[in-house]
Ligand binder design. Structure first.
Ligand code: HEC
Length: 420
């Protein structure tokens, strides 16, 4: 009796332990790894900034739910841990450059490398200015910040920010007389106050705090530390040697920023940041790169050629659109890290549940020869690109969805499956 009970207990323990391990692998492990956002801040005139501030709002861009933040280092880079993945609004500020807001989608448990290119701010006379920063101790564990903000052309926006670069936090300051609900309204000159900050002020190094304000034209003035000193350091020349090839970060003559990545020999995926142009196909044949794209529901095409001399790498050509055509010129800003291969992506995302070298079941069906049979092993749907993509993106009964994969990554996985 006793030993029966013991073995029952033993089985029960093993089963729950196994369950724990499986759920750890499936659900918990990614969130244990730190979620971070990082980048190198380069400028549209080919420089790397050496100072500045980064602030992140949780959720949609411009909802002003500022939460995280950090400093840009003297090498132009930043790296900021985030409490969660999902949508975030990224704001990057460096003196003498137009500030950069970008809606980003953060993958949990990994470092998210975001390209940032700041346009040159031609006129600095209209920049808003900060003065009289005060740290007010409210109790041993709480303080509040106040500062004076003035803008000569009276078009201040809602972003009056304090960034705690040591704890990677950002706070929005509001007019001391009361916040303004309409964030598109011009904010007043005058005193701004922070929320109560749950940090002991005693022993705090005020140089770890950065202050920045922006106006509705995305101008920001000097960025100050908590001692009221400007943190500005001169920009430096871009040290990266640009490779004479299509993959990379590019800026077009329409001031849009793109990332092109290779998906197969001669084939590329293109992604526009902060825009509605969608690239369907990019193919290089000999000297010519052809692009099929969609904009506002209409199809367009383009033919470009790569021109390289020293560190000036350009793609030049023309685009054709139903109602117009014209020059399309891209200047390369940055190389990209080699795109992940389909094999590596499969190993990282799929191999815990699928064999690639057998048709045997693991957690899901073996995927060897997937594209050689007319029907998919589980659903019986026809084996088409669309159906396989659909399954990867949306998952299944026991298969998780992979909505976060970028177009280039998805294509790389499907191409890999075709070769199995
Ligand atoms: C957690 C386990 C798991 C992971 C991870 C996973 N799958 Fe699956 N997959 C399954 C299971 C289980 C099925 C069977 C259908 C179901 O239950 O959803 C399946 C089915 C499939 C099918 C067959 C679909 C059909 O309609 O018959 C394909 C193709 C597939 N997975 C591809 C992938 C790819 C590619 C990846 C990686 C990007 C991946 N899976 C990651 C578990 C997983």
């Amino acid at each position: 009796m006793y030993s029966e009970l013991k073995s029952l207990l033993w089985t029960w323990m093993m089963v729950s332990l196994l369950g724990l391990i499986v759920s750890w692998i499936l659900f918990i492990s990614p969130s244990w790894a730190q979620t971070t956002v990082s980048g190198k801040v380069i400028t549209s005139d080919g420089m790397v900034v050496s100072s500045g501030a980064v602030a992140l709002e949780k959720g949609e861009l411009h909802n002003n739910a500022f939460l995280a933040g950090g400093a840009i280092g003297s090498d132009g880079t930043f790296k900021i841990p985030l409490p969660s993945g999902g949508p975030w609004g990224l704001h990057v500020y460096s003196e003498k450059y137009i500030y950069f807001p970008l809606q980003i989608q953060i993958k949990a448990g990994v470092d998210n490398d975001i390209p940032v290119i700041l346009p040159v701010d031609g006129t600095t006379t209209d920049d808003p200015k900060i003065s009289n920063i005060q740290f007010k101790k409210l109790s041993d564990q709480v303080f509040q910040i106040a500062m004076q903000v003035d803008d000569s052309n009276h078009n201040l926006g809602p972003q009056m920010l304090a960034v705690d670069t040591k704890r990677f936090k950002s706070y929005r300051l509001v007019p001391t007389d009361g916040d303004i609900k309409d964030v598109k309204a011009d904010f007043p000159n005058g005193e701004y106050s922070s929320p109560f900050i749950p940090v002991a002020l005693d022993g705090e190094d005020l140089k770890d705090w950065l202050f920045v304000v922006a106006d509705h034209q995305c101008s920001n003035g000097p960025i100050l530390n908590g001692l009221g000193q400007s943190v500005f350091k001169p920009v430096v020349a871009h040290s990266e040697t640009l490779s004479c090839e299509v993959p990379g970060i590019w800026k077009s003559n329409f001031d849009k920023v793109y990332q092109f990545s290779q998906t197969a020999p001669g084939m590329f995926a293109g992604e526009q940041f902060e825009g509605n142009l969608h690239i369907d196909k990019m193919e290089q044949k000999g000297e010519t790169l052809t692009i099929a794209f969609r904009l506002d529901g209409k199809d367009g095409s383009a033919e470009l050629k790569l021109h390289c001399q020293e560190n000036l790498v350009r793609l030049k050509g023309t685009f054709k659109f139903p109602d117009r055509s014209g020059d399309w010129v891209f200047a390369k800003l940055k190389n990209v890290k080699a795109a992940l291969s389909g094999q590596k992506l499969f190993a990282a995302n799929c191999s815990i549940c699928h064999f690639s070298d057998s048709k045997d079941n693991k957690v899901g069906p073996g995927l060897m020869g997937l594209f050689n049979s007319a029907n998919l092993p589980n659903s019986g749907l026809p084996t088409t690109d669309e159906n396989v993509r659909e399954r990867i993106v949306n998952g299944g009964d026991k298969m998780p969805p992979f909505r976060h994969l970028k177009e280039g990554e998805l294509k790389a996985i499907v191409d890999y499956l075709k070769a199995l």
